[in-house]
Ligand binder design. Structure first.
Ligand code: GRF
Length: 195
């Protein structure tokens, strides 16, 4: 039985694609992406998922009056797909404690900074403004609170003189595409397989 992954995203989907390609190359051993869910129907990541032949679900947040109702629909889709691990990949919503409680220790997120430095938005810009000499990315388990939770893996990127937000973000993203598949493989090894 392949290990079952679900991806939640809101935008571009380059991490989704990196994960899918790593699965395809066997770098995440014996795994399958069983659902890609986006809260934004127009997210390019959903189109990428479809192009990769993955099951893609748009669950438009604005069609639901409450977070509870929206998350209920996401949970319904996930319960049918039965993922062992949920991977947030540019998913721009904060999950409720109730949602997180349904997948304890089984939700991962990737963030473009060396957490605990620069949580939240515009991390690359804040690393530059702080005069940091090293930036990078972090894969962590999701707990309540923005970009908190135990770190699984970090990869560093040197900040060069003359770097701007675009150049630094591009190099961090390249490392994200290595870090996320590696962290997923590690997390799956540590998780007992589900029946
Ligand atoms: C990445 O930089 C990730 O770290 C952050 O959102 C961005 C998503 O990019 N959480 P993509 O949609 O995977 O291309």
């Amino acid at each position: 039985m392949p290990r079952r992954l679900a991806i939640l995203l809101s935008g571009r989907g380059s991490n989704l694609e990196a994960i899918a390609r790593a699965v395809g190359r066997g770098e995440i051993r014996d795994a399958a992406i069983v659902a890609v869910v986006s809260d934004v129907p127009s997210a390019p990541g959903l189109a990428r998922a479809r192009a990769l032949g993955l099951p893609a679900f748009a669950i438009d947040r604005v069609q639901f009056s409450t977070r509870r109702a929206y998350e209920g629909e996401v949970l319904r889709v996930l319960e049918a797909a039965r993922p062992e691990l949920l991977c947030l990949a540019g998913y721009m919503r904060i999950l409720s404690p109730e949602f997180i409680g349904r997948y304890p220790g089984r939700i991962l997120n990737i963030h473009p900074s060396l957490l605990p430095k620069h949580p939240g938005l515009n991390s690359q810009q804040r690393a530059l403004e702080a005069g940091d000499t090293v930036a990078g990315c972090t894969v962590h388990r999701v707990e309540e609170g923005v970009d908190s939770g135990p770190v699984l893996l970090q990869r560093t990127v040197a900040i060069e003189p003359g770097d701007n937000v675009e150049s630094l973000s591009r190099r961090i993203l390249e490392e994200e595409h290595r870090a996320y598949p590696a962290a997923i493989a590690r997390a799956l090894e540590e998780l007992p397989a589900q029946p």
